[in-house]
Ligand binder design. Structure first.
Ligand code: ADP
Ligand code: MG
Length: 344
C-alpha cells in the first residue's frame, strides 16, 4: 500500500528486533484498520467456570479467551483490551492477611499493579500465539496503567465494595484493629470493604495512544487501572481503593476515541426481570430505553449494573455501539446480531 496519511505512521522497531516482536505491519504495508473497539473481559475470561483461580486455571481461561479476541482482530477490528482482576486481588489480599506477621501487607494500589502485570503478561503471550496461528504477526503489549480518582470522592468516606474472603468476626478483629473496614454479612462471616471511587481519567492515555498508533494490540487499564490521586502540583500517588473495570472501560473507550465497546461476560445478554418468571434478554436497544430499565432497578449492583452503566455512558457520550454479551459472541454482538446491543 503506497498512500499514507499523516496518522499512518509506520512503526520503527529497533535494529535487530525480531520480526515477531515488531509492530503491526512492515513499512509501507500498513493496512487500513477496522473500527477501534475496546474489549473488556470479565472474571470468567480469567478463571475456570467453577471459579477456580489456580495459575493453570487462569492460564487456560485466558488462552481460550484470547482465541476469541484473536478472531476479532483477524476479522479486522482494531482492539484495545482491558480486563477485570477481582479474584486475583482477592487472592493477594488473603496472602497479605496470612503473612502479615512476616512480611508487611502491601496497599491496594500495589495489588492492582501486580495483577495488571501477571494477567497482562499471560494475555500478551496467549494473544500473540493465537494471532500467529492465524497468520497475523502483531506486537501485543501490556501497559501498566494508572487511573486518576478524586481524593474527595465520597467512596473514601464510605467504603462499600467487599473484597477478599469471609472471616469469622474473631479473626476479622485483628484487621479491624489495623484500621481496615469490615462488615458483618451474617452467617457467612465478615468481609473487608474498600472504597470503589469513580474513575476520572486514564493518566497513561498518551502512552496508550502511541502504542495503538504503532500498530500494537494493547492490554490496558487492567482491573480498572491502578487507582491514584494527584495533588495540586501534579504528583501522583496510589490510592487505597479498587476500581470497577466496567466503569473504567467506558472511560478508556472515550480516551482512545473508540467507536465501539464490548463488555464480555458469562451471560449472553443483559436481562430484564432477571431471576423472575418474566425474565427476558435484551437485544438491540436504544440508550434511552435501557436507561429506563436501569432506573427501574433491573440490573444488580456490582455485577450487571456497572456493565449497563458503562454501556450507557459510552453511547450517551458519543460512542456508536456498546455490546454486552458472552465471550464467544463478541463478533456477532459487534455486528448487532447477538447480545445486548446499545445504540444512541
Ligand atoms: P464479570 O466477571 O464478567 O464482570 P459479573 O459476575 O460481575 O461478571 O456480572 C455478570 C453476572 O451478572 C451474571 O453472571 C449474572 O449472574 C449477573 N446479573 C445480575 N443481574 C443481571 C441481569 N439483569 N441480567 C443478566 N445478568 C445479571
Ligand atoms: Mg464484574
Amino acid at each position: 500500500m503506497s498512500s499514507s496519511g499523516p496518522e499512518e505512521r509506520t512503526p520503527r522497531p529497533a535494529p535487530g528486533t525480531p520480526e515477531s516482536a515488531r509492530g503491526g505491519h512492515r513499512p509501507g504495508e500498513r493496512k487500513a484498520r477496522g473500527p477501534r473497539t475496546v474489549v473488556a473481559l470479565g472474571g470468567n475470561a480469567m478463571t475456570a467456570p467453577d471459579g477456580h483461580a489456580r495459575p493453570e486455571d487462569q492460564r487456560a481461561a485466558i488462552e481460550s479467551a484470547m482465541e476469541h479476541v484473536a478472531d476479532l482482530i483477524a476479522a479486522g477490528t482494531e482492539v484495545v483490551l482491558t480486563h477485570g482482576n477481582g479474584p486475583q486481588v482477592g487472592n493477594l489480599l488473603v496472602k497479605n492477611e496470612l503473612a502479615a506477621r512476616v512480611v508487611p501487607p502491601v496497599p491496594l494500589d500495589w495489588c492492582g499493579a501486580q495483577t495488571q502485570a501477571t494477567i497482562g503478561f499471560t494475555m500478551v503471550s496467549a494473544l500473540e500465539a493465537a494471532l500467529r496461528r492465524r497468520g497475523h504477526e502483531r506486537a501485543v503489549a501490556a501497559l501498566v496503567t494508572r487511573t486518576r480518582v478524586d481524593a474527595d470522592d465520597p467512596a473514601f468516606a464510605n467504603p462499600s465494595k467487599p473484597v477478599g474472603r469471609y472471616l469469622p468476626p474473631a479473626e476479622a478483629e485483628e484487621f479491624i484493629a489495623l484500621g481496615q473496614d469490615w462488615i458483618d454479612l451474617g452467617p457467612r462471616g465478615m468481609r473487608r470493604v474498600v472504597a470503589s471511587p469513580e474513575p476520572r481519567e486514564i493518566l497513561d492515555a498518551p502512552a496508550l495512544l502511541t502504542l495503538i498508533e504503532s500498530g500494537a494490540v494493547p492490554v490496558a487499564a487492567g482491573g480498572g487501572g491502578i487507582p491514584v490521586v494527584c495533588d495540586d502540583r501534579g504528583t501522583v500517588r496510589g490510592a487505597e481503593a479498587v476500581l470497577d473495570k466496567d466503569r473504567t472501560a467506558a472511560l478508556l473507550a472515550r480516551a482512545v476515541g473508540a467507536k465501539r465497546l464490548v463488555i464480555a461476560t458469562d451471560v449472553p445478554a443483559a436481562i430484564v426481570g432477571y431471576g423472575t418468571d418474566d425474565a427476558r434478554p435484551i437485544g438491540r436497544i436504544r440508550a434511552a430505553e435501557l436507561r429506563a430499565y436501569a432506573d427501574q432497578g433491573h440490573f444488580a449492583d456490582g455485577s450487571m449494573g456497572p456493565k449497563v452503566e458503562a454501556a450507557l455512558r459510552f453511547v450517551e457520550s458519543g460512542g456508536e455501539r456498546a455490546v454486552i454479551t458472552g465471550l464467544d459472541r463478541m463478533g456477532a454482538g459487534l455486528d448487532g446480531r447477538e447480545g445486548t446491543v446499545v445504540e444512541p
